[in-house]
Design a protein around this ligand. Sequence first.
Ligand code: RIB
Ligand code: CA
Length: 360
Amino acid sequence: MASSPGSPRLHSSRGRGLTRLLLDVDTGIDDALAVAYLASLPEVEFVAVTASPGNVGAHQVARNTLALLELCGRTGVEVAVGAEVPLAIPLVTTPETHGPQGIGHAVLPPPSGTVSQRHAADVWVEAARAHPGELTALITAPLTNFALAIRREPRLPELLGRVVIMGGSFYHQGNTTPTAEWNAHVDPHAAKEVYAAFRGLPHDRLPVVCSLDTTERIEMRPEHVRRLARASGCAVEELVLPEQPEGLRSTSDNPLVRHLSDALRFYFEFHRHYDQGYLAHVHDFFAAGVAAGTLEYSTRTATVDVEVDSPLLMGTTVADFRELWGHPPNARIVSDNNPEQAFRELVSSIGALAARLREP
Ligand code: RIB
Ligand code: CA
C-alpha cells in the first residue's frame, strides 16, 4: 500500500493471497482483538493456534482462544497447549492488566470444542515440516512455545515462510520494568534462544519484530469502539466512556461487539490507572495486521539479544543496528507504522465480521 508523500516508505502486502497462519497467543485482551481481526479476514487460514503462559495461565489462554474463535465463526481450529511455565524462571501472570480470566470484563460462552491433546511445539514442527516455506508464524506471547519448537526442530526458522513477533522494546521505555517489555520479561531465556536461532539467515527470512517502539503508537480509544459498533450495524451507540462506572457491561445486541467492548473497557481502565490515559495499546492487533499483510509498516535490520542474568535489566531486549557486536543480523524491527490506517482497517474488517455474525 503506497505511503503518503513525504512519509517514510511504508508497505503492506495486501492482495498477497491466502495467509496460512500458525499463531501463538497468551489471550489476553489485545490477543483477543488480534484473533478477532484475523478471523475477519477471509484470506487468513488458521492452520493451528497454540497457547503460551503469559497474561494468564496456558490452559486459560487456550479456553479463551477456543471460545473466541468459535464466537468469530472459526470453529474446528486446533488449539493446543505447550509449556505451562517459562524455560528457566517461574511464571508471572498479569490479571491486573487483562483481568482474572484474561479478557477483561468479558465473559465468553464456554467453547463447544476441546483443547488439542498435542503439544504446541509438536503442532508447530509438524505443520512446518508438512508445508515448508508456506506458513506465516505470528507470536503475540512470550516466546516459550516457539523456543521449545526450535529446540525440537532447529531448522524451524528456515521451514517457516514469514515470522512476525510482538515483543521487545529497544530505544523506548519498557512496560514491565523501565527497560523490559512484558513478553520478553516473562520468558527472557526463550527470547534469547529464538533470536539466536535466526542469526545469519537471509534478510527476507528474518522475523519482523513489532516492539513497543511502534506498537504503543496503536492507541485504541472509545471512539474506535463506537465506530466499530456502527460498522457492525448496531442500532445503539456503543459508548465506553471514562466517566462511566468501572466494570459497566455492554448491552450491545451484537455478541462480538459486546465481548470486545467489555474486554477493551477493562484495558482502558488499566491504562488510566497507570496514567497513560483512557486508551489501550493494542500491540497484538498491530502484529496481526503485519502478519496478514494488511497494515502499513517499515523495518530496520538489526542484531537483537536479550538480557538473562542482570536482576536490574532482566528481559531487556537490545538492538544493534550497526553490527557493533560483529554478529550477523537476526531481526527486522518495525521502525514506522500508520495508526490511522490501522484503525480504519480494524473498524471496517471486524465491523463486517460482526455484522455477518449478528444474532438472528
Ligand atoms: O507488551 C505487550 C504484550 O504483552 C502483548 O502481547 C500483551 O498481550 C502482553 O502479552
Ligand atoms: Ca499477548
